[in-house]
Ligand binder design. Structure first.
Ligand code: UDP
Length: 236
């Protein structure tokens, strides 16, 4: 089976900190870079949306009394820092990568422009989208669904710490089973918390398939793009 031509990978901020409680974990980043390289070598075009939870989350700022929209702007800036960290790790490993931010930040990254992003992808560069959607009250899951739809990705991949979507929390319930495939309706009806509702709505409307998979498992990204049984596939 041929690999998917173009993907949008959503990496949470938390993934970047690996076993640490904050910031970046170099070996973890190197592991992600190795997996990304593996799929680019297959000719897969890779767009990435990064979260910011390893540095700052708007909801946490709001809990301590900050204005939510201001706190969310800080959260979006955290995702830009993560985009730069990931770009640096990729480029240092010889994988060409660019950063586009939802709102242009001079000297830091180009502003998001769909046509330019597609050109970069077609030229073989990984394109990392920082800054979420550019709007407060949204999440980077929604940004990932949005960018996936915009760049015409064949698959949206949500990188997590677990092997997919389970019938129950596998850490609490040893009888929990992984779903191989689910429909968006089932995921919503069973309240499986795979994506937030705005992201779900976009995927459903745009007929965009999602795979939730364990990015900490070596080779998992490659198996997903090859269409092998890895993670949980959610589609219409
Ligand atoms: N954020 C936002 N708008 C967006 C995307 C993100 O305001 O479109 C802010 C929000 O405050 C969020 C933070 O950026 O808490 C980090 O993103 P997210 O929580 O999605 O990161 P993750 O949990 O994936 O690390």
């Amino acid at each position: 089976m041929a690999p998917v031509r173009r993907i949008l990978l959503k990496l949470s901020g938390e993934a970047l900190m690996g076993p640490d409680a904050f910031g970046y974990h170099a070996d973890t980043l190197a592991g992600f870079v190795a997996q990304i390289r593996e799929v680019t070598e297959l000719g897969v075009q890779v767009g990435i949306v990064v979260g910011g939870g390893n540095l700052f989350r708007g909801a946490t700022g709001a809990l301590s009394g900050m204005n939510r929209a201001t706190a969310d702007s800080m959260g979006m800036l955290a995702t830009v820092m993560n985009a730069l960290a990931l770009k640096d790790a990729l480029v240092q490993a010889g994988v060409p990568a660019r950063v586009q931010t939802a709102v242009a930040i001079a000297h830091v990254g180009e502003g998001f422009e769909r046509d330019a992003a597609v050109r970069e992808l077609e030229a073989g560069n990984v394109v990392i989208f920082g800054g979420g959607t550019g709007n407060p009250f949204f999440t980077t899951d929604t940004a990932a669904a949005l960018r996936a739809a915009e760049i015409g990705a064949g698959l949206l991949l949500k990188a997590t710490k677990v092997d997919g979507v389970y019938t129950a929390d596998p850490k609490k319930d040893p009888s929990a089973k992984r779903y191989e495939a689910l429909s968006f309706d089932e995921a919503i009806a069973r309240n499986l918390g795979v994506l937030d509702t705005a992201a779900f709505a976009l995927c459903r409307e745009q007929n965009l398939s999602l795979v939730v998979f364990n990015v900490f498992k070596p080779g998992a990204l490659k198996r997903v793009v090859m269409g092998e049984d890895e993670g949980t596939r959610v589609s219409n």
